[in-house]
Write a protein that binds this ligand. Structure first.
Ligand code: MCN
Length: 761
């Protein structure tokens, strides 16, 4: 990108609106005459519903109606939308047991909604919800995937024997077996990638207005894109997609969590239609913990086979993932195809085999969370590689160099069927080693030792693919009118700064100031993909540029008419059309006033392969077990950079989420009762600003050839790289004491105990 918009490299155009309270979020859509919904949620993990008595609640002042699972069943709202539509092991298909949008017959996790009260105030709805009387017959719960798949475990769904939702495999079991038989050394680790609660600042919320005139549902809701929401609502309710008009402006964070059409929204549809008034529901934070989808939650047995020189021969993974009580739209892909597409990491590993088993448990459903399986995969590979380096007494950077996919092997087809585009792994690694002063580490470790601290050095070299998208192409419409240049997209910023970066893409292509371009998301239901899989810039961004180029071409014809010339005589530069060799000209702005016009840009763009190397250093106080991240160096290749400040912001945010998961965040369920023990920010420990120090970043752009802009996605890469790098640093600090492995979260208590137990041995 040229420097035409240098003034915007530091400031995002949306920030003034967002930080001055002028944003419009789900709870800001208030409609005349709206009613309010409150949900009655199960207070137990697994139980039969014997009866739901609503009489007292229904009589409460202000209450319009109380709905139960029977109403959901009667409406037929118990279907699923799941993006996994490919077969698994032996040709089996994913099992989608019915899920009435209010639980009927059985509840399967604490927080499972089983009744809805609609009243003329939020307070009345909440008060009445407390009057609904539910009689349960308790069933034994199971809250971990491993336990759920074990023989004799409590069964959640009759349709899914053994609680197995899906059994998927990738790669060649035979080839891996043969390679292991030849191996001089095998490194093994059993790793847990904890269940976490993505916690966007905005609470989830929705307001539905049914319009009886034309049978449309106006859904005002936090989303990642209009189309994904319409598709799912339609799949669950059988109402045709074109009857949904989804409204959204600002989204206060999502991280994968807000892409789903949640059960509450479908019940609001029913109520709004029946009661003839809009129905609003805004979650509380505690409700969010037990009803918004969680992320990750997998246990992986990993084995890496090597020859005597440390060359990798084969990788075998046994991956068990916790889906929760029901399938979400995206969770099953996050634990099958997503990780298997980057299973080889950045290494040439001739034989790969992964088996992925998805289990139902009595917990909140799991969905995509920033990285959607790729951070989990990178974590497994990069932990194994560092452990292998320790086993072989090799420098972890050297072991990586030895096994990288060589530059001349690109485009590289992996044994699990991906094709990696060109990547310069060696360049990224060497730059990062220098940037982080890798060689100077022993001296720094000595210094820390003198101060009584344990110092560790961590590294991760990672690659991931950006998402393929649900729709085969992305389209963007530009309207040039008296009001300016309006760019309509169906991707939806949730904090990624699209107004700035997409605005820059269009302004740059047109050669006009950024102020003249307005990005409008969540307004028009064009064909194309929602924001997810870090693919918005690759897809919608590229389509925006193509639309801008079309605007110039079409503008030339219109300008020729206005200026009474031939289109072939027209030239365009920096916002002005001019008849070649004359002084006759008209600006794009003037033309748009005289002859408002609209163009559409479209294209199909494949996956890109952002990659990077993050090197981290930690200091652990052995007296308290507290870890300080003392240095963080990141070199990332996200192709051509549109806006460096935005990219830095994305990496900072994602690194902090990765660090949060590694050091403190953890959703914990009580094994005996299935109760959610981390149901508020008092127990669920979000990272604070002090956790992550200055992140030193360098771009190492190798333009992608898969899209018009040469960009690669960046929205998730910080999670992918930070999780393994930080854990490797902590293990490196503890290895001299004899600690080889610890699972996240690496809390002070856990580290202190680990240090004490080796001391006492
Ligand atoms: N960008 C750039 N140059 C590049 C690549 C990207 O300037 N070479 C800019 C983009 O134009 C965009 C931002 O960086 O403004 C992120 O771009 P991209 O990688 O295309 O990712 P998406 O816009 O598709 O965002 C999705 C990604 C995902 S999947 C999750 S989850 C996530 C994330 O982004 N959730 C977020 N970042 C988040 N950031 C915030 N604040 N909130 C969330 O919920």
């Amino acid at each position: 990108m040229t420097d035409t918009h240098a003034s915007h490299h530091g400031n995002r155009v949306e920030d003034r609106r967002l930080v001055t309270g002028a944003g419009k979020y789900a709870a800001d859509w208030n409609l005349p005459g709206q009613l309010y919904a409150a949900f009655v949620r199960s207070d137990r993990a697994h139980a039969e519903i014997v009866s739901v008595k609503v009489e007292r609640a229904a009589k409460h002042p202000g209450v319009k109606k109380v709905y139960t699972g029977k109403d959901a069943l009667a409406a037929g709202y118990s279907k699923y939308f799941v993006i996994v539509n490919f077969p698994g092991r032996g040709g089996n298909h994913i099992i989608k047991p019915p899920r009435p949008v209010l639980a009927a017959g059985k509840v399967r996790h604490v927080g499972d909604a089983l009744a809805m009260v609609v009243a003329d105030s939020a307070q009345a709805a909440q008060d009445a919800a407390e009057l609904v009387e539910v009689e349960y017959r308790d069933l034994p719960p199971v809250v971990s995937a491993e336990a759920a798949l074990a023989p004799g475990a409590p069964q959640l769904h009759t349709e899914a024997p053994g609680n197995l939702a899906f059994d998927y495999e990738s790669g060649s079991e035979e080839a891996v077996k043969a390679a292991f038989a030849q191996a001089a050394h095998v490194t093994k680790l059993k790793l847990e990638v904890t269940r976490v609660a993505p916690s966007p600042m905005e609470l989830r919320g929705c307001t539905v207005r049914y319009d009886a005139k034309d049978g449309t549902y106006h859904v005002h809701v936090c989303i990642q894109g209009i189309n994904m929401m319409r598709k799912q609502l339609s799949a669950i309710t059988d109402v045709p997609e074109d009857k949904f008009i989804v409204h959204a402006q600002d989204i206060g964070g999502s991280f994968g969590q807000r892409s789903a059409a949640y059960p509450e929204y479908c019940m609001q549809m029913l109520a709004s239609k029946e009661l003839g008034r809009p129905v609003q529901w805004i979650s509380t934070r505690s409700e969010g913990f037990m009803s918004d989808t969680h992320g990750r939650g997998n246990t992986v047995n990993g084995e890496l086979a090597m020859d005597r020189n440390g060359k990798f021969l084969a990788l075998r993974l046994d991956w068990i993932a916790d889906m929760g009580g029901y399938l979400s739209a995206t969770g099953s892909a996050s634990h099958t195809r997503n990780p298997s597409t980057c299973m080889t990491g950045v290494y040439r590993i001739p034989a790969l085999y992964g088996r992925f088993r998805l289990a139902f448990t009595n917990t909140v459903p799991v969905a995509a969370y920033r990285g959607a399986g790729r951070p989990d995969m990178a974590y497994v590979i990069e932990r194994l590689v560092n452990q292998a380096a320790a086993d072989l007494k090799m420098d972890p950077a050297e072991l990586r160099r030895l096994n990288f996919i060589p530059k001349d092997a690109f485009p590289y087809k992996t044994p699990t069927g991906s094709t990696y585009e060109a990547t310069d792994l060696h360049n990224v690694l060497e730059r990062a080693l220098k940037f982080a002063d890798w060689k100077g580490f022993p001296a720094r470790r000595k210094k820390s030792e003198k101060a009584g601290k344990l110092r560790g050095l961590g590294i991760a070299t990672v690659i991931e693919n950006t998402g393929a998208g649900l729709f085969p192409k992305d389209t963007v419409e530009i309207e040039a009118t008296a009001g300016g240049i309006d760019v309509f997209t169906v991707s939806q910023s949730q904090g990624q700064g699209h107004e700035t970066t997409f605005g820059m893409i269009v302004a740059d292509a047109l050669g006009v100031p950024l102020e003249q371009v307005h990005i409008r998301q969540g307004v028009k239901a064009l064909f194309g993909n929602h924001t997810g899989g870090s693919r918005s810039t690759v897809g919608a961004g590229s389509a925006s540029k193509l639309a801008a180029l079309k605007l110039i071409e079409q503008g030339k014809s219109l300008a020729a008419e206005v200026l009474e010339a031939e289109p072939s005589q027209m030239e365009y530069s920096k916002g002005t059309f001019q008849v070649r060799g004359t002084k006759k000209k008209i600006s794009l702005i003037e033309l748009s006033k005289k002859r408002p016009f609209t163009v559409m840009g479209e294209g199909s763009f494949g996956s890109t392969f952002p990659n990077g190397c993050h090197i981290t250093e930690v200091e652990i106080d052995p007296e308290t077990g507290v870890t300080d991240i003392v240095a963080y160096h990141a070199v990332d290749d996200c192709g051509n950079v549109i806006n460096h400040a935005v990219v830095e912001g994305q990496v900072h945010g994602a690194v902090t989420q990765g660090a949060g998961q590694i050091f403190s965040e953890h959703v914990v369920y009580d094994r005996a009762t299935g109760q959610l023990l981390t149901g508020s920010f008092m127990d669920y420990c979000m990272p604070r600003a002090g956790l992550v120090p200055d992140i030193h970043m360098q771009d190492a752009p190798l333009p992608s050839s898969n899209n018009t802009l040469g960009v690669k996605g960046v929205g998730e890469s910080g999670c992918t790289a930070s999780m393994p790098s930080l854990t490797n640093a902590v293990i490196d600090a503890l290895r001299p004491l004899g600690v080889q492995h610890l699972d996240m979260p690496l809390t002070p208590k856990k580290l202190w105990h680990a240090i004490q137990s080796v001391k006492n041995n």
